[in-house]
Structures are given as structure tokens and as C-alpha cells.
Design a protein around this ligand. Sequence first.
Ligand code: AGP
Length: 608
Amino acid sequence: MCGIVGFTGSRQAAPILLEGLKKLEYRGYDSAGVAVLDNGSISLAKTRGMIKNLCEMTHDGNDIKGCVGIGHTRWATHGVPNDINAHPHLSCDGRFAVVHNGIIENYAQLRDELIAHGIEFKSDTDTEVVAHLLEYYGDEDAKTAVMKTASRLVGSYVLGILCTDGSGRLFAVRESGPLILGIGVGENYFASDVTALIAHTKNVIYLDDGEFAELTPEKITVYDCTGTAITKPVSRVVWDVEAAEKGGYEHFMLKEIMEQPRALKATLEPRVKNGDIVLENFELSDEELKDIDKIVITACGSASYAGQVGRYVIEKLCRIPTQVEVASELRYREPIVDHHTLLIAVSQSGETADTIAAIKECKARGARTMAIVNVVGSTIANLVDHVLYTWAGPEVAVATTKGYTTQVAMLDLLAIYLARRLGRIDDERYAQLLTGLQEMPSKIQRAIDLNGHVQYLAERYYSNQAIYFIGRNLDYAVCMEGALKLKEISYIFAEAYAAGELKHGTIALIDQGSPVVALACYEPLFDKMVSNIEEIKARGAKVLAVALEGDKRIISQADDFILIPKSDPLLTPIAEIIPLQLFAYYVAKANGCDIDKPKNLAKSVTVE
Ligand code: AGP
């Protein structure tokens, strides 16, 4: 995933572009660059490494003159991170510069075609073919060159294009990736994400796939794929700059952990009115609901682990067979789905390539589709029949926290809603669950208040090379997310394991002092977990237990423990994950890891 920005107006462009790129650095940070039009020619500055390198190289952009330009921060897909492969890329005649997010799947064929026409390539990227195609089609006006170029591309391409003809014109093209236009006064913008725009404007236009826009300081014109001008609604961004900044916390991840009570409230409150659940954009009739004989939840990473929690709750309440399929597997498994299947995609960014592909595969086979996403206007939101937004606000840290808990809450809310409509739960159970869900923001806050205790424990476990997470039923589902959190920001090996499975092999790994995090919050299987803890203690394990306030038996068995507030067993995972998020954060901090930008990772994996 990469980040792109564009500016056209009467102010110097480069400093504005660099500030925008800093807000997009979570999307990729192995190289960065800007291109600015100055007196009819394009000035280019790009370099390997983080954006701060580009800022130092250009004195925060003040060395580059001009009032219209484009910028890019990269997560390499084709061509190693170096100065040459950094974007923007120029056409040979210097008339066009381009930045790109996505993958051009037919770039090799286009490259051969252009080389046959005498074009000399400088980089190893797929993107460079766009710059040369623009030149190839550039004999006519720039808009025609953009349309003809886009018509040759196959794959995902979100493009920002700067051209030397026409005063201050930019073009922005959207295909399979996010692209937002910002409307200013005497200036206009584009960016991959609203966070790069809200310092300047909250009036935005969300482009859809197949559309492109022409931006001048005075006007934005949006066109469909035929080049016909179309009218697009202007949206008002509801959060402010502070919401996208660190707010005084050392890391975005810690800020976003602390934001979870508010994020949960913002997600739930608009959907619970007078003791009833109201789900927007969900028009399935009672007959259509009764017609569903299978639910498939598909996602990647943490979103799939939110799905694992949702699966237990949906099956328990709705009694509909529910399976969780990792999207990168589902897309190639010739899935057995049809119009009796409800596909639920879960994604924070709404741009994860494997999840998009899995949705398309299931849609083509007749499945009804819905999605739980956090980004308005994202590709997945536009792809499905029904979209339910988690109103968590911008999530910048690569390791998701509020994205995950709001996904779990949405799945719980959906399960309660479906169970009620299907008549699988009575009014009393419905009210009980709804009340329990509305209490979760305060339960999360009480779990967050364990921050100091968890930090103390983390500083006793941080030097381990491997840590096991064990649990049963919903606790096991939470183990999966707890293990991933630890792995992705502290680089310590961690594995989630069904506690009942230990004796079938893995317990062979338990030695004197082996650290095991044991989740024992699912009360119906509480006694079984006590036995499992006894088993591993007998073999020397050092057990950190997460249990419920008031528990006596677990804490008598464990070496260390964290007690979270009690809630309905089906809703406990929302609070149970909090200490595991904090544990991972403080272990990573103790190890001096780059918590917000873990190595090898990007916030959203928009390529295969
Ligand atoms: C979670 O901390 C990771 N950043 C990663 O597993 C992420 O959940 C996954 O890539 C899915 O992203 P999405 O929710 O944006 O689709």
C-alpha cells in the first residue's frame, strides 16, 4: 500500500505535499518523493527511506518552487526501495509525472511495447509504464492522454498525474483503491486518505472506481470512464485534525487503545434506539433472512480474528452454521457458496486486496454480501450489498486495536439483531444482551485502567523468545488476536492454542519456565481451563492468567494474573483483549521496537 497526495493553488506546493505525506506514512515508508511544476517544467525530488529523509533533502520542501504538485510515500511491490524506484516517475519528455498506489498487472507487456517504441526505462517499477504511456498518448490534450492511458491498464491503479501543459492542472484516477478529493478556497487537493487533507479542508469528494478528476485551483471536475463530466456529492468530514494526531501519546497505538471506549460508543449508539437495534443499509426481509443456511466470515489478520469471535456468538445465538475463512485462502478455494449464503467481510481499511478478491469470488457465486469496515467510501464498502461502518475514527498504528474491538462489537450487535429477527432469542435475552453491549465501553475503560499493572507484568516477560496463548471457545478466539498483537509489534514468537489440544502434542514444548498466557474468562468452560493450567504448571510453565474479577481458583494456580470486569460471557472478548493489547505494547516498548511502524508491515495490504 502507498500514499499519494496532490495540491494545486497559489501557495508553494512542496511544503504542503510533505505535510500530507507525513500523515500517510503509515501506508508505506520505504521511499518518498515529490514533483512540482515550476515555470513550465517539473522539478523532482525523491529518495529511499522515510519521509524525514525527503524533508531534510529539500529543507522541508522550501528548496522546491511551484504551486502545483504531487507526492508519494511507498511500500515497495515492484522494484526494491531505492532512489530510482521511488515515485514520482517522469515521462522521457518531462511533460508528465505520476504517482501510483496499487499494482499494474499487465505492466510487463506494456513495458515491452513501449521499449519497442524506443522508450528507455529507468526504474524496475510497474508505475513507470504510466508515465511513458501518457507521453505516448500525449499528442492530444492531457485529459485524452489520461483516459487513453487508463484504458490500457489492468489491475489496481490509483494515480496522481502532474502535467506541464495547462496552468496548474492535476489529474487523479481511481481504480481499486481509495482516493479522496479535497475542496479548498482557491486551491484543491487529492489524497489516499482524509487524514492528509483535514488540515486544509473538511469538504471532500470520494471518487469511485473507474472515475477520474481534473483539478485546477478554481475547480474540480469529475468524469466517468467515458470522459463524461458527472456530479458527485460533497461530504463533510466529521472528525478533526487532533483525531488524526497522537494527542500527546508516545505512539498512535497507545492513543488508539485509549480511544476504544469512545470508539465503541460511537459505533453502538447510533444503532440502539429505545431498546431496539436499528441497522442502517440492511434491507434483508424476514423471508430472505430465513433463506440463509450458512454464514461465511472472511477477512485477514486481526479482522479474521474478530471474525473468529463473531462466529462463536453468531452460532450460539442464531444457530446458523458459521465459518471463518481467511480471505487469501477463500479466494482460491472455489468456495461452496450460493444465494443461501451470507458473506460477511470484515476490514478496517476496506482496501485489503485478498478480502476484496474473496468478496468478488463469492459474489460471482451468488452469495449475499455485507461488510463491516471503518473507512467510509472504501473499495470494500462500495463492493458489497450492505455495509455497516465501525465509527472508530482514523486508525493510524499498523497494529489494529480500536479497529478490532469495534469489529467484534459490530459482529455481536449483528448476531443479536439476527437472532431476534429469526426468533432464536426471546425478548428477555435480547434486552439482556443489548444492555450488556451498551455497558461494554465502561467495561473496556476499567480494563484500560489496568494499564500500570499490565506494564509491570510486561516488563517481566519481555525478554522471552516465545510465548504461548491458550484458551477455550471465545477465549481461544481472543488468544489468536492476542498472539498476533505480540508478534507484529515485539517480534516475539507467539502462538494461540486451543487449551484442550495441548495434550495432543504441543504440551511437549512446555519446559521449566515456559511462559504461557492462559485466558480463563469463558465461564461455561471455566473448570476445564483450571485443569489445563494445572497440566502445564505440572510441567514447569510460568502462567500469566487473564480471569474475571472475583475469581479465586485461577489466581491460586497462576504465577501472575490480570482480572477484568465480568460481563455476559458472549460479550467478554471485547474487554478481554484490552490487557493483551497493552501487554504487547509494553513488551514491544521494553524491547525498543518501532511500535507504530513494525518492520515489513503496512497498515493495509492492498496487494496480494
Ligand atoms: C493487525 O494488527 C494487522 N495490521 C493486520 O493483521 C490487519 O488486521 C489485516 O491486514 C487486515 O487489515 P484490514 O482490517 O484493513 O482489512
